[in-house]
Write a protein that binds this ligand. Sequence first.
Ligand code: GTP
Ligand code: IMP
Ligand code: MG
Length: 337
Amino acid sequence: MGAAIIVGGFWGDEGKGKIVAHVAYTDRPKIIARGGVGPNAGHTVEVNGQKYGIRMVPSGFVYKDARLLIGAGVLVDPSVFLREVELLKVADRVGVDYRCAIIEPKHIEADRGDKHLKENIGTTGTGCGPANADRIYRIAKQAKDIDVLKPYLTDVALEVNEAVERGEFVLLEGSQGFGLSLYYGTYPYVTSKDTTASAIASDVGLGPTRVDDVIVVFKCFPTRVGGGPFPTEMPQEEAEKLGIVEYGTVTGRRRRIGYWDSKMARYSAMLNGATQVAITGVDKLDRECYGVREWEKLTPKARKFIEQVEQDTKTPVTLISTGPELKQIIDLRKEKL
Ligand code: GTP
Ligand code: IMP
Ligand code: MG
């Protein structure tokens, strides 16, 4: 019991959405709270053949007994939020911190119309950078100023801390990934905030001493969308040959794909303070692993790879995802969170 944080170890899109959903089903948190930048994220969750691509509501929404909260550090686009609340039918259990800063249409226009952001950085065009700039300039609107958000307003930090004090389990989900951190990523080809586990705790207002576990999610073949350095990037033709081509959830852009990066994995696990590692896309490393749900049934190639990940990150690999569907996972944890 206590709190656990799930964050991305590479450049986002590691499959955090799926890992959060799995942990939610198995560990039954009372609250699932989102940190991270804002609706630039696109989490994918596939359950019983239904595929959801979500940007604002926590990806743990599939677990129906949890309260779903958006922390004060997160930017809220009211129209994206309201659309998802209606689509996912979560109006009775979702809350937004009254201090969240708001993305307005002018921020989206600025993001898409700015040559530097659009062409050099290759942002998602969701208005996050310009909205965070207004927040730092201290002119951004907050959730409490927006009429349509009134029914959802709450003090997320208070709710989360009180739940932890009662001994309940709280799950915090990050978005983006380590390489996109404004501080530790490949600046200037980064997002508009820090994305490490410490930032996620701060986003929801939970102090570092209250966090028990940090699960860093890595994918077998790292990906990146937009510009910026990518040391282990492979040629597009190679990705096609391997059959591992991917497209973005939010922008539909083709993701650049690379080979496993030991050096980055080590650094990322270290700065995130990883206590556990989740690895996704093992089916892409070896097709025979598709849908496998037991360690013993993984191929020697996959097992060897996972051992290497443990050595690189100096952290136990506890969750191994073998396909996009929720049930396609090996859970090696002896104790739940
Ligand atoms: P951001 O918050 O935007 O960084 O996203 P995310 O980490 O939640 O990941 P996203 O859903 O954008 O991308 C991951 C993609 O991989 C999705 O299409 C998932 O359905 C898929 N996926 C997740 N786990 C696996 C896996 O083990 N195998 C395969 N083949 N696909 C997976
Ligand atoms: P922004 O966050 O929209 O300003 O985009 C800045 C950089 O971060 C660009 O390279 C984007 O492609 C990348 N980025 C932002 N959010 C995500 C995400 O959720 N997944 C992957 N890349 C992202
Ligand atoms: Mg994504």
